[in-house]
Design a protein around this ligand. Sequence first.
Ligand SMILES: [Zn+2]
Length: 306
Amino acid sequence: MLRVVVLGAAAGGGVPQWNCGCRICQAARTEHPELQSTQASLAISADGDHWFLINASPDLRQQLIATPQLHPAPGKLRHSPITGVILTNGEIDAIAGLLSMREGWPFTIYAHAKVLATLKSNSVFNVLNEKTVRRRPMAVEQAFEPALPDGSPSGIEILPFEVTGKGAWYLEGQRAENDAGDTLGLRIRDKATDKFFYFIAACAEVTDDLKSRLSGAPLVFFDGTVWRDDELIAAGLGNKTGQSMGHIAMSGERGAIASLGGLGIEKRIFLHINNSNPALLHDSEERKAVMQAGWHIPADGTEITL
Ligand SMILES: [Zn+2]
């Protein structure tokens, strides 16, 4: 049985974002605390005892406190059920939580060679001693099975694949000539039951290749950053479109809802939802449209089993 816990569903900054006074952030601070959401990350486990994180958000410490499945086992002085962290990109909201995982617990980081190079070149990550916290490269279209602490197989197969996206903002201007490996999706499969799901927290375009990959999938977590492409500009919150940040919109002819409809995907869940996105508001027209199209917006802590 594959267990999946949504540690956080929000995009970078979370809800509310520390310096944002938009209507959604204000509501989350005041009369609607149920709108609060931490930055996107999942925890997965095939045995219920050993867990792997998909990305380590800056909110990781808070997420670990709120998630009993990830607490130290009773009676142990030093322990964590976290066995590994799989990184799908090098953005701050995917890697900063690693810094909260110092203190000497052994685990393994799996990431594309590019992301590992980013970690290597930022000396602050040396706080995770490589003798204790091993770093393993993962390659596009090469499935692998992360190991448990004793070296035995975890029973979880991870297949990373390329999706259309964008490199981390803080590396803009210093990128290599190609953007291969900057944005990865994952197929995560329980080897014992053959159940699987997809994790795609950043995606700028649903290509025909991606459609055929996702067709008939039991569960897909998908990029829900913005409702419409010019949302940040229209709300006076910024000057970037969703596309320029590497994110497809939920709505519109070429948006996620239209592009992924009719593919026979059993369960569709938006993740990485920005605080500017009106679909976060429970009584909004946009939320109604999301639900009518069969999509879900999860609360932090939601557990799904496959
Ligand atoms: Zn806001």
